[in-house]
Design a protein around this ligand. Structure first.
Ligand code: MN
Length: 159
C-alpha cells in the first residue's frame, strides 16, 4: 500500500471542509478555544472570576451567552438585568440571592431565571468554585446588565 505524505492528506481534508461558519446564512459553529478567556474586573466582581464568552448577540438574535467561573468565595456585585437572565449551573457549588430574600444554594443542572429588573447576585460557595452559563438579551448593543454595589462580606456570610 502506498503511503500519502501527511501534508497532502491534510490539504485534501481541508479542501473537503465546509465553507467558513455562517457565511452562507447557515449555522455558525464557534469552536471551543477560539475566544480568549477574560478576567472579571473588580468593578463587577469580588474575588477571582473568569469569563469564557460563548457567543455574542448577532445573527439577528438578541441573546448572548458566556460561561462564568467563580473561585471559592468569589461573587458578582449586586446587579439587575434589563431583559432578565438565565443561569445554568454547570460545575461546583454556588450561591445566589435576590435583594431582601435568603441566599440560595445552586448546584450543577440547576437553572436560575433572574427576572427583569430584580436586584440579585450570584457566585461561588465559600469553599467551592462554581461555573454557570449565563444567557442574557440585550436592550441595546452590549447592554445586558446594570452593575450596583459589591456584596459585602456580611451579606455573603449571612447564609
Ligand atoms: Mn445576574
Amino acid at each position: 500500500m502506498r503511503t500519502i505524505p501527511i501534508f497532502l492528506l491534510l490539504s485534501l481534508l481541508l479542501a473537503a471542509a465546509p465553507a467558513a461558519a455562517g457565511q452562507d446564512g447557515g449555522q455558525t459553529i464557534i469552536r471551543n478555544g477560539e475566544q480568549a478567556s477574560v478576567k472579571g474586573t473588580s468593578a463587577c466582581f469580588t474575588g477571582q472570576v473568569r469569563i469564557d464568552r460563548l457567543y455574542a448577540a448577532n445573527h439577528a438574535m438578541r441573546s448572548s451567552g458566556g460561561s462564568v467561573t467563580f473561585e471559592p468565595g468569589a461573587r458578582s456585585h449586586w446587579h439587575v438585568h434589563p431583559v432578565g437572565q438565565v443561569l445554568i449551573v454547570t460545575a461546583g457549588l454556588g450561591l445566589t440571592q435576590e435583594w431582601g430574600k435568603p441566599v440560595q444554594v445552586i448546584r450543577p443542572g440547576d437553572v436560575v431565571i433572574c427576572p427583569v429588573g430584580v436586584k440579585h447576585w450570584h457566585g461561588a460557595a465559600p469553599h467551592s468554585a462554581m461555573t454557570h452559563i449565563s444567557i442574557c438579551e440585550e436592550t441595546e448593543p452590549g447592554k445586558v446588565v446594570q452593575w450596583l454595589e459589591p456584596v459585602s462580606d456580611a451579606q455573603y456570610d449571612a447564609r
